[in-house]
Design a protein around this ligand. Sequence first.
Ligand SMILES: C[S@@+](CC[C@H](N)C(=O)[O-])C[C@H]1O[C@@H](n2cnc3c(N)ncnc32)[C@H](O)[C@@H]1O
Length: 281
Amino acid sequence: MNYNQILKNGKNYLKKNKIKNAHLDVELILSKVLNRNREEIILNLNKNLKNTDIMKFKHYLFRRYQNEPMAYILGYKYFWKHKFLTNKSVLIPRPDTELIIEETLKYLPNNNSKKILDIGTGSGCIVVSLIKERPKCAATAIDISINAIKVAKTNAKLHQLENKINFINIDIDKLKSYNYDLVISNPPYINSIEFNRLGDDIKSHEPKIALSGGSDGLKDLKKVIFKSKKLLKVNGKLIIEIGHKQKNICTKILNENNFYINKSSKDLSGKDRCIVSTKLQ
Ligand SMILES: C[S@@+](CC[C@H](N)C(=O)[O-])C[C@H]1O[C@@H](n2cnc3c(N)ncnc32)[C@H](O)[C@@H]1O
């Protein structure tokens, strides 16, 4: 079988299960199998595949047919300006989360040496992207999942930051280190009704602990806000990602906990997604 035939068969197979972007996905899968870029494949469509490569292709194709996200099959996802390794222990970095990076950088001038905490670091995409931009800052990143911490550490190493970020496997409730200038968090914030409505690609493949914020979706957001009151210096900033219907309730909880709201920002589809606040006296 040649490249052209396997791509065509693969695309038709994925379409049977209504997989969107089937054409691109099969090209990316074949690139992974052959360890060649897509351009090389397109320029060699008449080239024949070895049987071992056909077997590998079928294995990955079946995973995609079963709705497994491409980021887990390929083992990486691009976020901000970098490539991040991903596996089933971590949430796949989302373009919407890049808003946190954009907003945080506004409060971190170049050559700034602030002390930063990332709560629920997952793949480490937020903290690694920030320290790449502001190398003089000192960062700690925590996650309740030991397997997520392993992935985050691997990503820090991949970007030569293994000695610059302190990764800790701990529940936010148990953290006892203080005086941060900035706390950033994209906590799990999906409520149970919305969780049940998630697509199979997300619900069956991404870690529930990274998505579900309890029945009202606020369990972990509240933990982050309550804890940040103690972790932050006076005038320190708390920058959180929120669900698109959580702006009013989160603003209220922040105000009740002595935070001043600096701003809220909308994501690429115009939905409320990020709140920047300041811890008052
Ligand atoms: C929505 S994911 C965010 C991952 C990553 N920061 C990102 O933006 O792609 C939330 C992360 O919080 C972690 N988490 C959940 N509950 C936690 C807790 N109580 N303490 C610390 N981390 C927690 C999960 O394991 C998960 O990695």
